[in-house]
Design a protein around this ligand. Structure first.
Ligand SMILES: [Zn+2]
Ligand SMILES: [Zn+2]
Length: 347
């Protein structure tokens, strides 16, 4: 208790000064563990100076590129933006950002710090190698987070918000799965255990997330050699497509290599080769109010679980199985839809 109070008091004192602080307290509890607490906070909302600098750079960058995209869309008379959709995207960004800000002191300052303090190995001592390995590791773990979001209905119910727009523009990048900050850190635990500082993990995540936002555009076609390594706008357009061939593909945030390695890569095909991309979800929502967009898949799960005569296994699959799975074939998974499409094409 004394230990905890000491941390809290020192944190509060420094936070009110409004400067970046690093509290390092070494303690011994019940003679078992010696552990170090490293918490970096600012009174402005528990972000590090590096993250604030990143925000300082990216905020005007976002405004410029969004302005440019709107200008080009008007110029070419393309219907890239609608007021309602853009307002929704901003609303989801604020909700997600608010939850992340409230929770980050817990997942960075306590949960990830706990695992970092119980790390299996010492961190890499060579700075450039440390950051490169961290970038690869974080992006790899994010790939699996995103893959689970798409493969397990329980998580899809949260992630679907990001896919619910029928538009595709830079502001869709801000249309975040609002509850993701509450479980994202779980995927970062192995990184902390491998000796990477929690605040560094959060910083690299913020950088890759910036890239992940900027790929939400139709204005950039294909990027030549970059298409082999990085997630590009072309790759991410596929990710937002509800055409059967495109479902659950290109799940990477920064590097496309994970999709190529683990079998989820799909290049963007021209309308002649396949069909024009249809953005959004396979079954459009009946109502598009902000609450329905967030909770509709939870409501669907609730309805499915209340169906009569289901076995335990069937109920389990409705909750943790592939999105679209049904015991009576009334709804289809992505693979079902791909198979049906292939059957029609082969007739
Ligand atoms: Zn997704
Ligand atoms: Zn996206």
């Amino acid at each position: 208790m004394y230990f905890k109070r000491r941390v809290a008091n020192r944190t509060r004192k420094c936070a009110t000064q409004g400067t970046i602080i690093r509290v390092n307290v070494a303690g011994k509890q019940k003679g078992v563990n010696i552990f170090t607490f490293s918490i970096s906070l600012t009174f402005t909302g528990m972000t590090t100076a590096r993250e604030q600098l990143l925000l300082f750079i990216t905020t005007p960058l976002y405004l410029i590129v969004i302005g440019l995209e709107i200008f080009l869309s008007k110029l070419r008379q393309q219907n890239t933006y609608t007021l309602k959709d853009t307002a929704q995207n901003i609303y989801f960004m604020l909700l997600n950002g608010g939850i992340d800000l409230l929770f980050r002191a817990v997942y960075i300052g306590f949960i990830l710090t706990f695992f970092y303090n119980h790390r299996f190995v010492e961190g890499i001592k060579i700075p450039w190698l440390y950051w490169i390995i961290l970038l690869l590791f974080e992006d790899f773990m994010y790939y699996w987070l995103h893959r689970v979001d798409h493969m397990v209905r329980f998580f899809w119910a949260t992630h679907v918000t990001h896919h619910s727009s029928s538009q595709f523009n830079l502001t869709v990048g801000f249309r975040s799965s609002i509850l993701e900050p509450l479980y994202r850190f779980v995927y970062f635990i192995p990184i902390a255990l491998a000796g990477f500082q929690p605040i560094d993990i959060a910083f690299i995540y913020a950088i890759t997330q910036t890239w992940g936002i900027l790929v939400h555009t139709e204005k950039i076609k294909k990027l030549g050699l970059l298409e082999y390594i990085f997630v590009t706008p072309s790759h991410h357009r596929v990710h937002h497509g509800s055409n059967p061939k495109y479902l659950d593909k290109n799940l990477g945030m920064f590097l496309i290599i994970w999709d190529k390695l683990f079998g989820t890569f799909q290049p963007e095909l021209s309308a002649d080769e396949y069909q024009p991309i249809k953005y959004g979800i396979t079954k459009p929502l009946e109502k598009e109010d902000p609450v329905t967009i967030v909770v509709h898949e939870w409501q669907n799960i609730g309805k499915d679980l209340h169906k009569k005569g289901l076995s335990f296994k069937q109920r389990w699959k409705y909750l943790f199985g592939l999105p679209g799975w049904s015991h009576d074939g009334s709804t289809q998974t992505s693979e079902d839809m791909r198979r049906m499409e292939n059957e029609i094409n082969n007739r």
